[in-house]
Every structure is written in structure tokens, then in C-alpha cells.
Write a protein that binds this ligand. Structure first.
Ligand SMILES: Cc1cc2nc3c(=O)[nH]c(=O)nc-3n(C[C@H](O)[C@H](O)[C@H](O)COP(=O)(O)OP(=O)(O)OC[C@H]3O[C@@H](n4cnc5c(N)ncnc54)[C@H](O)[C@@H]3O)c2cc1C
Length: 309
């Protein structure tokens, strides 16, 4: 149940029983691609609000950097983490850091919220000279979304810098370590809609310059990626009939599809495994291009990003 609140000049906002902000709005504005219809967005700042938000069917939204949301919108609530779930405490925890814990340069931080944007977090870590997560530079996720996917690059992945995490689901709240999870490449093993609310980071003391150097190396590998709005790579690298894996971008390029358009969506001329929004694209435009690729590239292609619904 929610109580309507009127605010001049803004969309209708309600406040739920526990104080969560509730508003119907286009989900596209919260995604890097920028497409998607409306849903009821619940912005939660503490555990009581989160529990209320989870009392009806829901989806958890992070940085929206791996999503194509339907033009028709969504029937489920969309939960956004804010308040205490977006706060950052990078102070080394004396009970878990230091030589008596096995590594003189090792440290474990306080809690960092699942709703904290990863790029800003990495900038803070660089300034402190704290290492372990710099391989994830350039990934426009929130910490919770990056953990859920174990996002990464060939320079490192999110689980490289994870000590423990708090996971909330309708069944309750638990704190686990990576050892408790069946995690692997781009997969945390955390069930869908179990929400990563916060995490302690496991880092190593280095220097700002050394961390920056490693970030630059990881960043250089991104040169050539398109600058337009996109949800990242469209397809995983498929397995060919001879058992070898081929880069999806090369196959799409060889099929002559670079620069192909549907409405205002385009297969990026810079890199064929990216579909970009030229401005005003719809989810239907993106689906048309995904289908075109599937038809024209002669091998089964598995989608990299998520389609909501
Ligand atoms: C330009 C660009 C470059 C990219 N480069 C890379 C790359 O190099 N490597 C890589 O791995 N990925 C990359 N991606 C993809 C994307 O950033 C990652 O998949 C990232 O992990 C998505 O996180 P998010 O917070 O944006 O999640 P969203 O896109 O919002 O959601 C993705 C999934 O995570 C779930 N989720 C989100 N937050 C939480 C949470 N707190 N708890 C539990 N589940 C949650 C959602 O429910 C959904 O199922 C790139 C994307 C873009 C746009």
C-alpha cells in the first residue's frame, strides 16, 4: 500500500508504508541503452523498505548496463538501491586487515553498498592506491550488478576483490564469502532476484600510480568500442562446428552487417558486436537487429545481455 504525495512540477510520487519512493516511470532512463517502457519503480534506502518492495513480484535494477527493456514496460516492480545501499566505507577493518591476517599489504574494507556505481568506486580505490579491482575499469555497472554477473575483463574480474557480501531475498538476509558461492567466469552463482545489498572488498595496498598504470592497460583494450548508448556486447563468442570459439564481432562483420540499421538502432561500424542507440531507438529496433544477426551469421548465437521481460 502506498500514500500519494503531490509535488508540483514532478511526476506523481508515492511513499510506501515503510517510506520507499514509488513512481511509475520509463525504465529506459536508467539503462545505458536508453530504451524501455514504464514500470513501478521502488527506490529503497534501508532493509525495511527493501522487504516491503520485495513483497510483490519484482526485478532488481543495477546500473542498467546489461539490459534491453521492452517498449511495453514491465508488470513487476523495479527495485533501485539508494541510501544505505549506496554508501561507501573504504576504511580498512582492523579486525580483518594487517599482517596478523596473513598478508601485510592485504586489507578488508568496511561495507560498500550494492547500489554504488563501479566507475566512481574504482576512482576512489585508485586515489587510495588500493589494488585488486582495477581490471574491471570501464564497466558501467553498480557494484551489486557487477558482483551478480562477476563482471570483468581479461585484466581481472569482480570476484578478485571480494571478501564477503550480504544477500537479501524474500527468505531473509545472509552474509556469505565467495567460498560459499558456486561462482565462475561471468557468473556469481547467486540466484536471480537475490539482491546483493552490500559487500566488503578484499584489497591490497599498492600506490595510486601503480593502480592507475594497470587501469590504463585495461582501458586501452577498450579503444575501438563505440561511444553511443549501448548495453555492451550483444552476443557471447559462439562455438563453431569444429569446436573452436570465434569472436562474435568478427562473425557479424564477416556477414557484412556492420552499419546495418533498424529504426534508430545500428550495428556499430566501430565494432560489430555492439548495437547502439542513435537517439530515439526502441527495443523493437534492437530486436530486429538481433534477429538479423541470428539469421545471417550461420551459427547459433547466445545473447550476452538480458531482455526484460
Ligand atoms: C559500454 C559497456 C561496456 C561493458 N563492458 C563489460 C566488460 O568489459 N565486462 C563485463 O563483464 N561486462 C561489461 N558490460 C556489461 C555490464 O556492464 C555488466 O554485465 C554488469 O555486470 C551489469 O551490471 P549492472 O549493475 O549495470 O546491472 P543491470 O544491467 O542493471 O542488471 C543486470 C543483471 O544484474 C542483476 N542485478 C543488478 N544489480 C543487482 C544487485 N544489487 N543484486 C543482484 N542482482 C543485481 C539484474 O537484476 C540483472 O539480472 C559492459 C556494458 C557496457 C554498456
Amino acid at each position: 500500500m502506498s500514500v500519494p504525495v503531490t509535488r508540483a512540477g514532478t511526476q506523481p510520487v508515492s511513499v510506501s508504508v515503510t517510506g520507499a519512493g514509488v513512481r511509475r516511470e520509463a525504465i529506459g532512463r536508467y539503462t545505458t541503452l536508453g530504451v524501455g517502457g514504464e514500470a513501478e519503480v521502488w527506490t529503497v534506502t534501508d532493509h525495511a523498505q527493501l522487504a516491503e518492495a520485495m513483497s510483490a513480484p519484482y526485478r532488481i535494477l543495477g546500473g542498467g548496463s546489461n539490459l534491453v527493456v521492452a517498449d511495453e514496460g514491465l508488470t513487476e516492480r523495479v527495485i533501485r538501491l539508494a541510501g544505505q545501499f549506496a554508501s561507501t566505507d573504504l576504511t580498512p577493518d582492523p579486525e580483518r586487515s594487517g599482517p596478523e591476517h596473513g598478508d601485510p599489504d592485504g586489507l578488508v574494507t568496511g561495507w560498500v553498498g550494492g547500489g554504488v556505481p563501479l566507475p566512481g568506486l574504482l576512482r576512489k580505490l585508485q586515489r587510495l592506491g588500493y589494488s585488486n579491482l582495477e581490471g574491471t575499469v570501464g564497466i558501467p555497472a553498480q557494484l551489486g550488478g557487477a558482483i551478480w554477473m562477476n563482471a570483468g575483463t581479461r585484466f581481472g574480474e569482480t570476484f578478485d576483490g571480494l571478501h564477503s557480501l550480504e544477500i537479501v531475498s524474500p527468505e531473509g538476509t545472509r552474509v556469505v564469502t565467495p567460498d560459499d558461492l558456486n561462482w565462475s567466469y561471468r557468473d556469481s552463482g547467486i540466484p536471480r532476484n537475490h539482491i546483493v545489498t552490500r559487500a566488503r572488498l578484499r584489497l591490497r595496498r599498492s600506490t595510486p600510480d601503480a593502480v592507475q598504470e594497470r587501469m590504463d592497460a585495461a582501458d586501452t583494450a577498450r579503444k575501438g568500442q563505440p561511444k553511443n548508448r549501448t548495453p555492451g556486447c550483444a552476443f557471447k563468442n559462439p562455438t563453431l562446428p569444429d569446436g573452436a570459439r570465434a569472436p562474435a564481432g568478427r562473425l557479424i562483420d564477416e556477414a557484412g552487417l556492420k552499419g546495418s540499421r533498424a529504426g534508430n538502432a545500428m550495428i556499430a561500424p566501430e565494432h560489430a558486436n555492439f548495437i547502439v542507440n542513435l537517439g530515439g531507438a526502441t527495443a523493437a529496433d534492437v530486436h530486429a537487429l538481433l534477429n538479423l544477426i541470428r539469421e545471417r551469421v550461420g551459427v547459433p548465437m547466445e545473447l550476452e545481455y538480458e531482455l526484460w521481460p
